[in-house]
Design a binder for this molecule. Structure first.
Ligand code: UDX
Length: 445
């Protein structure tokens, strides 16, 4: 089929590349001229494992093309909209880029083509687009909601082997078209109406964010009652009704989706006079969670003025160069305000901009840690977990480590080297990862 992808961000680019891999003829459109020029040469604008090589393969075999605009001659069957939907100051969603795409598609799509929404948009948007198209005399165009669930860092795998496909459609013909388009994907398909599909996306992200804020609250409680949150999570996760995933306590969730989508869903509820209390609490808990290392530093050093603090990790999670809503941003601002010198280290992020100021980021931990007083593990990149700690101990001026992701395996050895190691929700617990499963009695009971 002839597919067009409006937008070449994480979702747009990965989906375009995978659609080409799946045998479709794909045109990816973006208004950013320099980005399109670079993509045409096979240059990948984002750090996403494996993406550049698939991009180059699909460019070479001619299934994938890039352009700054769609033309009527492109004769597209399905046009995806995968542009940004940022949060406005009042928590609502900015749909400017989505509507600009709708305008363009209304002028250029052939009769009977489909617009498939991939961008995360408020419930009711696809139906509004349908109406907007009718107002523009394009009653013939179909509109579907096809939300995206890929994660950064594992985006290719998530797109090739998703846990489910969700098709929000208005007719059986639309469902048939989407099934043909996704014939290369082996996954359960949820076929529903457009509003429900839009809500499935928000509800999924909000639920995952809820799990994270829940375990972070348990972690805060663990610190006060002397328990280990990693083992609490392990013990909880063995119950299949709970499951082990998304129960890692830490500095809170960041990235381009959870912070934005939780706020948007709370706003969507507010718009229909429903106060989503649980979600408000999830957002509030997350807004405080990055402060854990600050409290620990203050308890240890008292006055923080003049301390050299290294942030190990700048990306919001490992496997990506994305810094959106990374705890590193809030930590940088707060530590500087308290008079610290903040040093940034990350294996893939090269610079960090905070409140208009550009910070260099080194990819060499040994350089960053030289003469440091404290280090905070912000992102659990493997390179930070496998460091030569004896060497680190020699380099640091004082030996304070805050493990913001509960990822350092052998705390006892680190303490043996003279480090004071604190983490999230493991107060008084000397060694990490001690959890083991002990069967007692009959499993069937
Ligand atoms: C998320 C959703 O998982 C994906 O389905 C959706 O399409 C986009 O948003 P992503 O933002 O790439 O994907 O990252 P994810 O791996 O889900 O992590 C989000 C944040 O939660 C990260 O900051 C991560 O560090 C944090 N997290 C995750 C925790 O703090 N604890 C956990 O147990 C899991």
């Amino acid at each position: 089929m002839k597919v067009c992808m409006m937008g070449t961000g994480y979702v747009g680019l990965v989906t375009a590349v995978c659609m080409a891999e799946g045998g479709h003829d794909v045109l990816a459109v973006d208004t950013d001229v320099r980005k399109i020029e670079s993509l045409r040469r096979g240059g990948c604008p984002i750090f996403e494992p494996g993406l550049e090589s698939v991009l180059q393969t699909q460019l070479a075999n001619g299934r994938l093309r890039f352009a700054t605009e769609l033309t009527a001659e492109d004769a597209v069957d399905v046009a995806f909209i995968a542009v940004g939907t940022p949060t406005l100051p009042d928590g609502s969603v900015d749909l400017t880029a989505v509507w600009a795409c709708v305008e363009e598609l209304a002028r250029k799509l052939p009769t009977g083509a489909m617009i498939a929404m991939k961008s995360t948009v408020p419930v009711g948007t696809a139906s509004k687009i349908r109406k907007g198209l009718a107002d523009r005399g394009r009653d013939d165009l179909r509109v579907a909601s096809v939300p995206e669930f890929l994660r950064e860092g594992t985006a290719l795998e998530d797109t090739r082997h998703p846990h489910r496909l969700v098709f929000g459609v208005a007719s059986e013909e639309d469902e048939t078209l989407l099934r043909r388009l996704h014939a290369w994907v082996d996954a359960p398909v949820v076929v529903t109406d457009r509003n429900t599909a839009e809500l499935i996306k928000y509800a999924s992200n909000a639920f995952l964010a809820t799990k994270i804020s829940f375990i972070n609250e348990i972690a805060n409680l663990c610190e006060r009652v002397g328990a280990d949150v990693t083992q609490v999570a392990f013990g909880m996760g063995l119950d299949p009704r709970i499951g082990p995933s998304f129960l890692r306590a830490g500095l809170g969730y960041g990235g381009s989706c959870f912070p934005k989508d939780t706020k948007a869903l709370a706003h969507i509820a507010e718009d229909v006079d429903y106060e989503f209390k649980l979600l408000r609490a999830v957002i509030e808990v997350n807004a405080e969670q990055w402060k854990a290392p600050i409290r620990a530093l203050e308890a240890h050093f008292g006055d923080l003025r003049g301390l050299r603090v290294v942030l190990l990790g700048v990306a919001f999670k490992p496997g990506t160069d994305d810094v959106r809503e990374s705890p590193a941003i809030a930590l940088t601002t707060d530590l500087e305000r308290r008079g610290c010198e903040v040093v940034h280290c990350d294996p893939v992020v090269q610079t960090l901009t905070v409140e208009g100021r550009l910070y260099p980021v080194t990819d060499r931990p040994s350089e960053a840690l030289q003469g440091a007083d404290a280090a905070v593990l912000v992102t659990e990149w493997p390179v930070f977990l496998d460091m030569d700690w004896e060497d680190v101990a020699r380099r640091m001026r004082s030996h304070f480590l805050f493990d913001g992701r509960n990822a350092l395996a052998d705390v006892a050895s680190l303490e043996g080297l003279g480090f004071t190691v604190l983490s999230v929700g493991r107060a008084g617990c000397k060694t990490a990862n001690r959890s083991r499963t002990v069967w007692s009695g009959d499993r069937s009971t």
